[in-house]
Design a protein around this ligand. Structure first.
Ligand SMILES: Cc1cc2nc3c(=O)[nH]c(=O)nc-3n(C[C@H](O)[C@H](O)[C@H](O)COP(=O)(O)O)c2cc1C
Length: 214
């Protein structure tokens, strides 16, 4: 599959078939992830692949309960009705559905930042994240190229303690996100629409837009 076709059709998939994802496909995704750059090439990551149903259900339960308790699911349900475009409403409805049952994905991948010291040692800073989120994107692009759906989700922020206990994470490991993985069920890849590049690019000085001729 052409590289740019992968990029332009990689998008969040939130509904999955129950079919298992073959191990060799998961390995290919991780092999792509770990090609990413990281500060001082320290590769400060571990890829926790969760296939076990009981464990996926434990994560799903923790996420659902915590997001309900925080009022976040209720807020998302309200947003889902109020957003302007039908496609945004559908995306949020699907995001709610996914958080109601994260275990519907046959695999959850939890990338963990571990022992990061470059570009900074403060593991929870934006700059530490730069040493793992590029790899996360590689993983998701590889999945797309293989016909596998993924979505970067961040409920790990709310259930970190549970993840630490359930998966026996060492003290210096921090879950960076939770990526549900599976074959898409009734959802198409791309086209991935975004604000045009010309509207978010300045040349040589802040605010200096340029006409685009290509
Ligand atoms: C940092 C980050 C956090 C995200 N968190 C969530 C999330 O918790 N749940 C979810 O369903 N999608 C999440 N997403 C996916 C975005 O909603 C999605 O990428 C965006 O709406 C664009 O849609 P597309 O990927 O289908 O093009 C997250 C994406 C990023 C980059």
């Amino acid at each position: 599959m052409d590289f740019f076709e992968v990029i332009h059709t990689q998008r969040s998939i939130r509904r999955f078939k129950p079919d298992p994802v073959p191990d060799d496909v998961i390995w290919k995704m991780i092999d792509a992830a770990i090609r990413a750059p990281s500060g001082s090439n320290l590769q400060p990551w571990v890829w926790l692949v969760v296939r076990d149903q009981a464990k996926r259900e434990a994560v799903a339960r923790a996420v659902r309960e915590r997001l309900e308790a925080e009022g976040r699911l209720q807020e998302m349900r309200r947003n889902a009705e109020q957003l302007e475009t039908a496609s945004r409403r559908l995306s949020v409805r699907r995001a709610v559905e996914l958080f109601e049952n994260l275990a519907a994905a046959p695999v959850l991948i939890i990338p963990c930042l571990i022992g990061v010291t470059s570009p900074v040692s403060e593991a929870r800073s934006l700059f530490a994240g730069s040493s793992i989120y590029g790899a996360v994107q590689n993983l998701m692009l590889a999945a797309r190229a293989l016909g596998v759906g993924t979505v970067l989700t961040t409920p790990n922020i709310y259930v970190e303690e549970m993840l630490v206990k359930e998966f026996h994470l060492p003290e210096n490991a921090i879950p960076a996100c939770i990526i549900p993985v599976g074959f898409p069920d009734g959802q198409r890849f791309g086209p991935t629409t975004r604000k045009p590049a010309e509207t978010v690019t300045y040349w040589d000085d802040w605010g200096a837009a340029a006409d685009r001729r290509d």
